[in-house]
Design a protein around this ligand. Sequence first.
Ligand code: MSP
Length: 513
Amino acid sequence: MSKNFYITTPIYYPSGKPHMGHAYSSILADIFARFKRIEGYNVYFLTGTDEHGQKIQKEAEKNKKEPKIFCDEISETFRSLTKILNLTNNDFIRTTEPRHFKSVKEIWTRLINSGDIYLDKYSGWYSVSDEAYYDKDEIEDKDGKKISKISGSTVEWVEEESYFFKLSKFQKKLLDHYKKNEDFILPASRKNEVVSFVEKGLKDLSISRTSFSWGIPVPENKKHVIYVWLDALTNYLSALNFPNTDDKMYKSFWPADVHIIGKDILRFHAVYWPAFLLAANLPLPKRVFGHGWILSDDKKMSKSLGNILDPIEIIENYGIDQLRYYLIKDVSLGNDGSISMENLKNCINNDLANNYGNLCQRVFAFIKKNCDNKIPNKVDLKEDDIKLINNIKNNIPKLVEYINKQNLNEYIKKVVNFSFEANKYFNDSEPWAFKKKDQTRMHAILYTIVEQIKNISILLNPIIPISTKKVLNTINISDKDILIDSIKKDNILDCNSELKSLDILFKKIENDN
Ligand code: MSP
């Protein structure tokens, strides 16, 4: 079985500052990447920026800058966000890089050679903001403007010469693929949307534009630039040194294991992208996971609505682990979720400070005071101790399955529960009561609870990497042992070793009022 794992985020339009919606897609992908790494996989995690097209050209003009200079500046803010979010991406691709041009040209040539491209004229509705074509039944009137019913963005009438991709030809193949590969699109509700869209029939897709120039030129006709979505989707291959299909990167990581995307770009990833790949005679990604939106004031964040939440500001005030944890805990992954500062504070106080943080701090303080600050030996464990430890171990296959289906909500629910149980165990077994009368029993209880802290910290590590690493270092677990396998093993804890000191893990947040 291959132990390679390739995961991607969408590549972001560098049309404005990154916001919480972008941070969300990236954090989700990072959590899965980190989990697969500690599961022993060789992971390649890609993110980047999507820099061509009319939207970017217009935005650059508005800012009186050359598009490339404009993209250089804003792409950099996305690159620095990867550091602020503590992402472990292996690569950051920009669609203005030569490696990407090469790969897009190859895709184009493959589609020409397969006979799936023809020249015609496009007339219809186009949204620059979505970089998407819409049918007339997807358009409505609002305040004297034509808008897309799907995204709400303004559309304009476009008539121009265009190359077309024979998308209609792929309807049956796509439907067969969805049927045969049940988990190709997750969550299931998203899959149904896509299936009914494709069942209604597919029209050929315009894949070049002539009314502006900011893009990758069509190799045989420089009047045209390649449609930005055909250009952008190909990034997932460019990063693997495509077109060199003999290259180690391509061989190891294609097809991608999962493209993490927002639900608004599902059609592009679950319909157009597989159709392009089928035409190019390349394997299809194994999964497209469409998450819901982060809502601000119950609406999708957008520059035009002025309701943007700035992740950097929140991180400065509360911390990155805190934000990562909150987004996973409070937003149901497949659905839209409103986020609120009130809920963020409650989550930090209740889950992080009072539950996991408190468990670690009080156990370490007790060991410092009563055991010479040393991790007790594993001696005379009772049935209840073993049961507690085994409960996590026995749940590993289930937890791995949750992650493999991107079911982070169930995953975190279970792990938080382990932490509640560990706290309860500590309270109920009252190690302090054995201080004088039975040191062996006290040590058995403390050994058990440190084992639980180790295991819970490993499980939380992909979500809150900084804090869990501090805890694991306190109990002398080295970075190379932060592995799912270390939960299964009994000999990872260095008994008798001295605990390192640990600062407050999570500061409680006072309410303003
Ligand atoms: N450039 C395209 C993606 C090309 S991928 C080959 C694009 N860029 S984007 O910057 O507009 O959006 C990138 C991602 O951010 C999308 O997955 C989108 O769903 C996500 N989000 C943007 N706003 C969002 C929220 N308010 N909430 C959650 N995610 C949303 O689309």
